[in-house]
Design a protein around this ligand. Sequence first.
Ligand code: ATP
Ligand code: MG
Length: 448
Amino acid sequence: MLVLLNTYPLLVSEDMVFHSKVTTMQSNVSVMVYSLSGLDRLNEENVAAAMAVVEETGLSRILVTDAEGKVLYDTRETGSTVGKYVFFSEIVSALMGNDASSCVYRSGAFRSRASSPVLYQNRIIGAVYAYEYDTAQAALLEGLQVNLLKLSAVIGAVVLGLSLLLSMALTRKISRLLTAIRRVREGAYSHRARIGGHDEIAQIGQEFNSLTDRLQTTEDLRRRFVSDASHELKTPLAAIRLLTDSILQTDNIDPATTREFVADIGREAERLTRISEDLLRLTRLDSGVLDPATAVEVLPVLEQVMRMMSLVAQEKNVDLTYDAAEGCVVQATRDEIHQVIYNLVDNAVKYSAGGAVQVSLGTEGAWVALSVADNGPGIPEEDLSRIFERFYRVDKARSRAAGGTGLGLSIVSDTVRRRGGTVEAVNRPQGGAVFTARWPRMEGGAAL
Ligand code: ATP
Ligand code: MG
């Protein structure tokens, strides 16, 4: 742009000057030719007389020659060529009957030349030649050039300054982002990138911050999960340790007590097995590796769980009933459906001792819905949103006494969600809780 600014206007003005020079020179020459017209032949006297009446033109030099090219009139005092022959190319071309003109710019001056033949009755009797040496226009043009250069320098400096400022602002933001990335990579998950503005870098910063938010949440969950899991595993291990110590350190322990202690040890070991099984199941669900799904009819699985749970229900004095429709087919595995029904019914029976549990299976449009309702204590509203979290128990003491670890519902929720379904828990107005699991319904091997 700057190169263009420094050349284009100059070239255009130079061209304009050339043009106007050539025209004025030609008209000047015509005036002189006019004043010589009417002479039948030219000589020094009649030319001098005719030129005397020509007005001052401001030309640097005027020559008039006869038909042979001998100079009859020369405005230059020193080095006058009167009486000599000159053969400037313009004069030669005028003597051959042509007008000639030219203009060049050299060493700070415009040099223009023009010539015309002088005719008498269509006969060439001489030539007029004019020359102008102009520095005033050239000075104007040079002034323009200097001004353009100054302007370019100012524009260049401003552009340079602005780009420096801009790139500094940009690098500052990027380095802030880099620092934040490094801090978070080193484990400072609470660190956030503070980048102002609304440009792309600021947006990257915001995206990075929300990514870090998620990372922090995941990291918190992971820490809590590990600490909860080790706590849950520690409790039965401590009990086993205590029981074995008691057996070993008590002298003359009677066989009945030993049996009782060993049975307790067995129960704790069983609990450990169940917790590790649950943890393994959750890890598998987390890894996203699923067993291949097939179309599973839910009713037979429900009946199997009911047969198994009816004994437990009897023991707890719970009235366990179900109503179910056929043709509820979902895309999953039998084991998954079993897990879900078992965990929901197990909870309902466990937490509503002495009450009634009603299981129902049916279709709801494009869904297969399984709901388990009880008339137990229900779930406090503030805990409703959290009971699907891992190791979350409403009443820790009571549910641990009931043998719970708080993993059942998270297994249910993860299992159902992995197959595109949903799980919800609500309290019934008349007391008790209802858990409903929904899977996308299949018919003829395809989802509805
Ligand atoms: P686990 O199922 O792993 O043996 P758990 O039953 O304690 O242990 P979840 O099945 O995940 O764990 O249930 C979480 C908590 O939700 C329970 O501890 C209990 O407090 C509450 N809960 C679940 N089902 C019911 C229900 N039907 N009525 C009242 N509270 C319930
Ligand atoms: Mg449970």
